[in-house]
Design a protein around this ligand. Structure first.
Ligand code: FES
Ligand SMILES: [Fe+2]
Length: 379
């Protein structure tokens, strides 16, 4: 982020603090419970959000070196990521073109060729069908060149490998990234690595898990035993950046900081939270970054992936590894408070009553997020 932008965001927060006011949206809004339940709803979201929008499937370091590969799953689709001869990241559906057998069962590794365990059709790391036993006799009328793995739109940006499963409406990666590109370039995420990872299966709709990060109204209540004391009471701002959101979550130390000092850094006194629409959040802290993905498995069930990204050079040092481990445990403890709340809300939602939740003026970030959800679903 540019210095000027950083100071503008700082000033905005300090003025609110001075005025003893929260950051206020235009008015109170309501969101019906149906927004968080129902099979039809889930299927719509899968097709129109999760399969159509770019998703960060892996950090670049997880696919380091030529012919590296890794297996993943997103929005119900089994994926195979590879790095081809030219070092380019590629994404495919991890299914053999013959009769659909899962091609690669190994989590990750290094391979130039992938041979299907069923009848040994063999593919290269660029997805091309290289060999198939008895091909001429059995499939002679088909063109081998047409039988490569089903390729998905894939790009490597900001230290991640992004995949779009259904690129039919031609969502352009650049258009999607443009509103946050400058901020993300500055984060130098390619120079970080995954220090720790936690995967949780939560009984909550994915949107409730996203919403948990979009207001500071709950900090002094729900997080009173963890981070609450370090943050301002009900004070956070946000900016709408295309479909995405950026939120500034000031710690109490900001009010006492010298913002005119050349050494002043907003990150020393606040967390920044980026919501990369629809379901990925990056919580940027002083010396590391938390990468949170809420991957929906069902309307009321979400796989939550929580990773601490830290400078790659620190990951080989025992002492620092230990430091990141402790840090990650603290992050998990705090976020588990949010996750338990999301599960509690989901139980109310699943009761089937025709009710709504209410977003106050200082919770308008939730309204902004859900407006984008609804707009995308209507398109
Ligand atoms: S299903 Fe893969 S070779 Fe037959
Ligand atoms: Fe929280």
């Amino acid at each position: 982020m540019q210095k000027e932008e950083e100071l503008k965001l700082t000033e905005e927060v300090l003025q609110l603090k001075e005025a003893n006011s929260a950051f206020l949206g235009a008015g109170v809004t309501q969101q019906g419970y149906d927004h968080y339940r129902g099979e039809k709803r889930f299927e719509d979201e899968r097709q129109k959000l999760f399969r159509r929008l770019p998703h960060a499937v892996a950090h670049s370091a997880a696919l380091a070196g030529s012919h590296a590969f890794l297996r993943a799953e997103y929005a119900g689709v089994p994926l195979l990521l590879t790095r081809d001869d030219r070092g380019q990241a590629q994404a495919f559906v991890n299914a053999c073109r013959h009769r659909g057998m899962e091609l690669v069962a190994e989590e990750a590794g290094c391979a130039r060729r992938f041979t299907c365990p069923y009848h040994a059709w063999t593919y290269g790391s660029d997805g091309e069908l290289l060999a198939a036993p008895h091909f001429e006799q059995g499939f002679g009328e088909l063109d081998k060149a047409e039988l490569g793995l089903h390729r998905l739109a894939c790009v490597e940006r900001f230290g991640f490998i992004w995949v779009t499963i259904d690129a039919s409406d031609e969502i352009q990666f650049d258009d999607y990234f443009a509103p946050i590109a400058a901020d993300f370039e500055a984060l130098n995420i390619a120079e970080l690595g995954v220090a720790e990872e936690t995967v949780l299966n939560l009984k909550a709709n994915w949107k409730l898990l996203v919403e948990g990060g979009l207001e500071a109204y709950h900090f002094k209540v729900a997080h009173k035993n963890t981070i609450g004391p370090f943050f301002e009471n009900n004070l956070s701002t946000y900016q709408v950046l295309g479909d995405h959101l950026r939120s500034v979550l000031p710690r109490t130390s900001l009010a006492d900081s010298d913002t005119s000092s050349p050494d002043f850094r907003l990150l020393d006194h606040a967390n920044l939270l980026y919501l990369m629409f629809p379901n990925t959040q990056f919580l940027v802290q002083q010396d590391h970054l938390i990468w949170i993905q809420a991957n929906p498995l069902a309307t009321d069930c979400t796989e939550l992936r929580l990773r601490t990204l830290a400078p790659a050079e620190s990951l080989g040092q025992d002492e620092l590894r230990e430091y990141w481990k402790k840090n990650h445990a603290i992050t998990c403890a705090t976020l588990r408070e949010d996750f338990a709340i999301a599960e509690g809300i989901q139980r109310s939602v699943q009761a089937g009553l025709d009710q709504s939740m209410i977003f106050g003026r200082f919770e308008s970030g939730l309204g902004a997020f859900n407006t984008t959800v609804s707009r995308r679903l209507a398109s």
